[in-house]
Ligand binder design. Structure first.
Ligand code: DLZ
Length: 161
């Protein structure tokens, strides 16, 4: 479903696992920082709302979305979390850079999911312009950071059962 048909912050609270026993890693890209800061805020507050204590959330930054897979691997190995959330925002420019970064980060995160025994969550916005990113970082279509946090809780719970 396209995110313009779905609010990224909408979910049924009754279906969300309790996160009080989980440690969660977050890697956030500095590129498009205002957007990624809003994604981080959403992820942090949603995780805590569902029981994850702030001390059990490890946040690290990387320069751009392309570096998210490497950063996520470091966080997974250093902190042994039950899930790692990758947050970034890639906005279409005039060159093919957008395609290469999107391809690199999505493939990198897919590989991590297959290589490690924990889930790595794709919390990366890939938009045509800044307004579409704002709309999905706490704007009219909700916050991709909330969605990533909910996905992390569900996947961490799936693994622990
Ligand atoms: C270089 C670049 C460009 C043009 N655009 C973005 C972007 O929209 N979002 C993002 O997260 N990162 C961008 N980057 C930086 C790359 O992700 C990466 O940090 C550099 O190419 C260095 O490897």
């Amino acid at each position: 479903m396209a995110s313009s048909l779905k609010n990224l912050s909408d979910y049924d609270p009754a279906t969300i696992p309790d996160g009080s026993s989980f440690k969660i890693g977050i890697v956030v890209s500095e590129w498009n920082e205002k957007i990624t800061a809003a994604l981080l805020e959403g992820a942090l507050s949603t995780l805590q709302h569902h029981g994850v204590s702030r001390e059990n959330i490890e946040v690290r930054t990387v320069p751009g979305s392309f570096e998210l897979p490497y950063g996520a691997r470091i966080v997974a190995e250093k902190f042994s979390p039950q899930a790692v959330i990758c947050l970034g925002c890639v906005i279409q420019g005039e060159t093919k850079h957008f395609d290469y970064i999107c391809q690199g980060v999505s493939w990198g995160i897919t590989e991590l999911n297959l290589d490690y025994d924990i889930p790595f969550i794709f919390g990366v916005l890939t938009t045509n312009n800044l307004q579409q990113a704002r709309d999905r970082a706490g704007g009219k279509y909700g916050n991709k950071g909330d969605e990533a946090a909910i996905t992390a809780l569900k996947m961490a719970s799936l693994r622990s059962r």
